[in-house]
Each structure stands twice: as C-alpha cells, then as structure tokens.
Write a protein that binds this ligand. Structure first.
Ligand code: SF4
Ligand code: SF4
Ligand code: F3S
Length: 268
C-alpha cells in the first residue's frame, strides 16, 4: 500500500539561539523521531536537515511548490523589522523579512515557536539593536499560533504541531495567540509549592531553611503568578523536573518582554 503523504513543514530559523530546536529534540511523547518520520515531512530546517547551501534552498522552494496552500511554516527567532537594515540577518543572501513573506505566501498557517518568534524575545530586549519584531507583527493574513517559552516546553511544541497537522484545525488560543490547552493556567495555579504560598511560608534566600524545606520562591522573584505555561505539569527533560522544582524562581519566560520585565535575579 502506498503510504499517505505526510504534511509538509518548513521551519525557518531567524534571530535565534537554537535553544528552541534543542528543546524540540528533547520531546519524548511524541519524540522528534516520531514526529519527523511518522507525522510530518520536515522539508526545511537548518539544524536538522541533511542538505546545505543551494540544495537546502531548493528543498524549501520545492516544498512550497508541491504543497501550495497546505504546508505549515514554523518560525523560531525574531526578525529585523521591515524598516531595519535587511543585512542584519540573512539566509542564502535573502533577508529574514523577505524569506518569511515569500514562504508564508502558500502556507496554511504559521507557528511561532519560542518567545523570540512569538513576542520578539531576547533580540527585541532593550536597546533592540536590530529593530527586532515578532512573527505576528508581520503576518496578518494567515493564522499564527504562538508557542512561547524560552525555550518552549518540548512536548508543547510537538503537541501543537501534531494536533494541527493531524486534525487540520486551529487550537483555541488565548489573548496572546497561545493554545489554551497548554497556556490556559498560570505556573502559580499548578505549582506544587502553592500550599506554602497560601500559608505565607516563603524562602528569603536561596540557601535558608525555607529554601531547603521547599517553601514558596515568590520573595526570590518568582514570576509564576503572572506566567502562563505548562511547566508545572508537563515538566522538562522527560518529565524529570522544572525550574521551580529545581529551586529556582520562574522567570516568566513565556510572557511578552520578559527580558526587560525584571525576571532575572531580582528578589522582591
Ligand atoms: Fe533562544 Fe529563547 Fe529565543 Fe528560543 S525563545 S531562540 S531559546 S532566546
Ligand atoms: Fe507561585 Fe512561584 Fe510560589 Fe510556586 S514558587 S507557589 S509559582 S510564587
Ligand atoms: Fe519559563 Fe517559568 Fe517555565 S521561567 S520554563 S515559564 S517555570
């Protein structure tokens, strides 16, 4: 029997650190191998594809032509805005802006993976030297799904891709364009340290008795109450742990502008 053609995915990496792809490779259900061998045809991805140079760009063009109107574009990283110097970030001599606009033309939808793609992230942090903008700042005529996090939880990335490509439907999104299934509740609402918060038991330093006893990290700067993500339930590294369980406050990495919003090393 002829195997059904797997949906085509074109993954564009712009102003990013490869952390989002690193996270993707840590997914365990589905694994990245399940995803690219059984669910999707990953036709273009700088880090994971075998092709390089002209052959890589040819693969992108061929995927666009063969699957017009049906393929999914995934973006990690922000882009220099349309008024910025296009030479700040180029691939094969093509500016990020031109490559995005060219590639989304025949796409069914766009998934912005990571806080850089979803909200501008690190490149957009003050003083934003490249005039970085997010995908949703530029894409107005296609559905955009934001999968934020710096990086996003691995299974949230694969789960969103698998859901869209299996059922062909957009997930219900929150006000920031994130799937409610994963971003519908705050870190604080699902945190196992919440009973300590409710009782007013707070660690005051990283090595005091409260920290050793697993008390709430709010006074050490935890942004869990204003951060929406699935870390507290899905966790990281195959479900092993997550920042708060490892003893560090949530930085709010799935929220817009978290780099400038005081998430790092600022106790309250
Ligand atoms: Fe790197 Fe974070 Fe941006 Fe992903 S969202 S590319 S991990 S800086
Ligand atoms: Fe909320 Fe953070 Fe305290 Fe957990 S550690 S209960 S997320 S403030
Ligand atoms: Fe990010 Fe906070 Fe999760 S820093 S990884 S949203 S616990």
């Amino acid at each position: 029997l002829e195997k059904a053609r797997r949906p085509s995915v074109i993954w564009l990496s712009f102003q990013e650190c490869t952390g989002c792809t690193e996270s993707l490779t840590r997914s365990f259900s589905p694994t990245v191998e399940n995803l690219i061998f059984d669910v999707i045809s990953l036709d273009y991805h700088h880090t994971l594809q075998a092709a390089a140079g002209d052959a890589a760009e040819h693969a992108r063009e061929q995927a666009m032509n063969t699957n017009a109107g049906e393929y999914l574009v995934v973006v990690d990283g922000s882009l220099p805005g349309p008024n910025a110097n296009p030479g700040y970030s180029t691939i094969a001599g093509i500016s990020n802006y031109d490559m995005l606009m060219d590639t989304i033309d025949g796409a069914a939808a766009v998934v912005a993976v990571g806080t850089c793609a979803a909200f501008g992230g690190l490149p957009k942090a003050d003083p934003n030297p490249t005039g970085a903008v997010s995908v949703q700042d530029l894409v107005k005529d296609k559905p955009v799904i934001n999968v934020s996090g710096c990086p996003p939880v691995p299974m949230v990335i694969t789960g969103v891709l698998a859901q869209f490509l299996t059922f062909g439907t957009l997930p219900e999104l929150d006000e920031y364009g994130r799937p409610r299934a994963f971003f519908g509740q705050s870190i604080h609402d699902r945190c196992y340290r919440r009973p300590f918060y409710d009782k007013g038991k707070f660690a005051e330093s990283f090595d005091d008795e409260g920290a050793k006893a697993g008390w709430c990290l709010y006074r050490l700067g935890c942004k869990g109450p204003m951060t929406y993500n699935a870390c507290a339930t899905m966790k990281w590294n195959g479900g092993a742990s997550w920042p708060v369980e490892a003893g560090y406050p949530c930085l709010g990495c799935s929220e817009p502008d978290f780099w400038d919003a005081g998430g790092f090393y600022k106790a309250l």
